[in-house]
Design a protein around this ligand. Sequence first.
Ligand code: HEC
Length: 124
Amino acid sequence: MSDMMIGTIQPRHERIWRAEQAGDWDFAAYELGNLRGAFGRLGRAHPMEQNTPLPDMIESVTRQPFEDLKVAIDRKDDADFGKAYDELSEACNSCHQALNHRTIVIGRPAGASQSDLLFGKAGR
Ligand code: HEC
C-alpha cells in the first residue's frame, strides 16, 4: 500500500499541481485521469484494509474533489482549482486519519519541483 502511494498516487497528486501552476491545463487534465485510474488499481490490489473495504472508502472521500477538480480544469479556473485541490488533499488526509496513519499529512506542494517534466512546452 505505501509503495503504491509513493509510486502511483503521490507523484500524480503533485504533478496536477505543478501543471496548473505552469498553466498547462492539458497536462493537469491528463494527470487527473491517471490519478483516478491509479486509485482504481489501488482498490483492486487492496480490496480490504483494516476491515474496511478500500474501494468504497476511496470512492466516498475522492468522488466530490475529483468532480470539482475536473470542472475547474475544464474551465481553466485557478481559484476553483485551488479550492478543489485542497479538498482532494483533505480527502487524502481523512483516509490516512481513518486508517490510523494520521502522521501522513498531504498538502499543496512547496518549493521547486525536482521533476524533469516540462509543463506548457508541448508542441514547441
Ligand atoms: C482510501 C484511503 C487512502 C486515500 C484516499 C489516500 N491514502 Fe495515502 N495512504 C493510505 C494508507 C492506509 C497508507 C499507509 C500504508 C502503509 O504504510 O501500509 C497511506 C500512505 C501514504 C503515504 C506514505 C507512504 C510512505 O511510505 O511514506 C503517502 C505519501 C500517501 N499515502 C499519499 C497520499 C496522497 C497524496 C493521497 C491523495 C491524493 C492519498 N495518499 C490518499 C490510505 C489512503
